[in-house]
Ligand binder design. Structure first.
Ligand code: AP5
Length: 222
């Protein structure tokens, strides 16, 4: 028998490094990365009615209403690849009601990672962040610059990546984080997210490897 696939949630303030760590986790563990923010930005770009409504909330740094978000995430989580390979939920759930909705649908994590980064670092990270529209990769002008001029020339900035907007997102995060944590106390691990990205990943890698090891041992002892 093969061990059950991993189910992981990653949470943290804006620019705490969720997307960056998810890239590294999926490369090594093959989990399906489901980022609520990315799903919403795709909806915004599609120009749909829901996308237009979502953008109004995103521009204010507020949570997009559950009517839009919950179904979107549920549909992605229910696809066969997430079921077969395991999933990595990024930026979801972000409120008590979202956590309850997930639980009712039967989605519970093996591990809930909370990235902890001091506020003064977050603003610098947001302002210097750039995205590659071709590969979806996340860069930072100072901490993670692109390797080639060609990539540098095509980088874009997110519409909510200004100091003013990140402060609004941070306020929303601080208002909700305890409610979400209270749902996952048993499986929560707080990780220091202010170290260089490879050091942050080493901490997460150890946690995930440990979980997989436990599962293999459990199967072998049957
Ligand atoms: P979302 O897209 O999830 O934004 P966020 O939570 O504000 O997080 P970010 O994407 O800004 O940051 P990150 O933690 O992924 O950091 P990254 O790795 O890029 O949500 C956007 C909006 O959508 C919300 O405001 C809300 O309106 C809506 N929304 C989303 N989910 C929702 C939900 N569940 N319900 C309702 N509404 C929802 O890193 C940031 C920068 O730092 C990068 O440049 C990176 O290169 C750099 N960096 C990363 N790690 C390090 C490191 N260790 N050292 C140095 N630099 C680093």
């Amino acid at each position: 028998a093969t061990p059950e696939p991993l189910r992981v949630m990653i949470s943290g303030a804006p620019a705490s490094g969720k997307g960056t760590q998810c890239e590294l986790i999926t490369q090594k563990y093959g989990l399906v990365h489901i980022a609520a923010g990315d799903l919403l930005r795709a909806e915004v770009n599609s120009g749909s009615k829901n996308g237009k409504l979502a953008k109004e909330y995103m521009e204010k740094g507020q949570l997009v209403p559950n009517e839009i978000v919950v179904l979107m995430v549920k549909e992605r989580l229910s696809q066969p690849d997430s079921q077969e390979n395991g999933w990595l939920l990024d930026g979801y759930p972000r409120s008590h009601s979202q956590a309850v909705a997930l639980k009712e649908l039967g989605f519970e994590p093996d591990l809930f990672i909370l990235l902890e980064v001091p506020e003064e670092i977050l603003v610098e990270r947001v302002v210097g962040r750039r995205m590659d529209p071709v590969t979806g990769k996340i860069y930072h002008l100072k901490y993670s610059p692109p390797d080639t001029q060609e990539i540098a020339a095509r980088l874009t900035q997110r519409f909510d990546d200004t100091e003013e907007k990140v402060r609004l997102r941070l306020k929303t995060h601080n208002q909700n984080v305890e409610d979400v944590l209270s749902m996952y106390q048993d499986v929560t691990v707080k990780v220091n997210g202010s170290a260089p990205k490879t050091d942050v990943f080493d901490q997460i890698d150890r946690l995930l490897a440990g979980l997989l090891e436990q599962r293999k041992d459990a199967i072998e002892s049957l």
